[in-house]
Design a protein around this ligand. Sequence first.
Ligand code: FAD
Length: 285
Amino acid sequence: MRIDELFGRVRPTISFEFYPTQNAAGAETLFQTIHQLQALKPDFISITRTGGGTQQTLELTLRIQRELGIRTMSHLTCLHHNQEEMHAHLETLWDGGVRNVLALRGDPENGQLVFKAPKNGFAYANELAGFVAARHDFCIGVAGYPEGHPQCLNPTRDIETLKAKIDAGARFIITQLFFDNTDFFRWRDACRAAGITVPILAGVIPIENVAQIKRFVTRCGAKIPQELLLTLEAVEADPAAVYDVGIGHAIAQCQELLAEGTEGLHFYTLNKSKATAHICAELSR
Ligand SMILES: Cc1cc2nc3c(=O)[nH]c(=O)nc-3n(C[C@H](O)[C@H](O)[C@H](O)COP(=O)(O)OP(=O)(O)OC[C@H]3O[C@@H](n4cnc5c(N)ncnc54)[C@H](O)[C@@H]3O)c2cc1C
């Protein structure tokens, strides 16, 4: 069940991202959340390689695919494996029937500022994408940054490195979260002008907590538009009001993205179902 089978047939694609939990109780709750969101018929589900270990990502990916029958994608990062380990990991994914992977560099861990590739590993995601493509016929996705990757100060160079990932074998792009569609449209035009023709799926996050979203944007180099930020801060102490503002923004953002021909919406669910279900219900009206 490859993701690229959908392109050209299903427009736009809808996908949900989850992260593996550390313990068995959390894993069960998460599985129930995914089960609830299945009612929305997502085109695919993606499982991050964050927090826990690669094994947790693998197990959750395989379980969703096996028990829920949904097209599933496993995130891979350069952070955690040398080439030999990555080779073994890819074999396990392939033998387990997984056909979709997101090839990422990963962020430095343990408070380090600079990414350090493992010995005999990969320094950048394009190297990992090329390695994956040379092994099996996975459908490979890669990350894109409408506001630029925080470690790249040259937007043209950033798009060149994105193109290198496509040239290495990637079939589609999922973007970092963003809140201002103008940034996305400008960047998408620049990608197309640079010869990047693969589908670009927009990363959308429903804001439900002001302190949490501020932490996220600081980490990933995105910005919250001033007007939205002021509105959120004015109701920060009232969770229901924050939810309404956050969801209202996400719905309007998605409606505009769809009206402008965006090929897919990828929801960062933060392992919760309510907000994503709410947005999807509004979009399908
Ligand atoms: C949809 C999505 C899902 C994500 N999921 C995860 C996850 O599961 N786990 C996780 O740890 N992180 C995840 N991330 C975060 C991601 O790992 C970080 O943003 C990371 O800092 C960059 O990853 P990348 O794959 O874009 O790296 P790269 O494409 O390798 O780019 C990293 C930086 O290096 C530059 N660069 C790239 N190639 C070269 C080159 N050949 N020479 C010189 N400079 C170069 C780029 O311009 C950029 O500044 C995700 C991000 C997105 C958008």
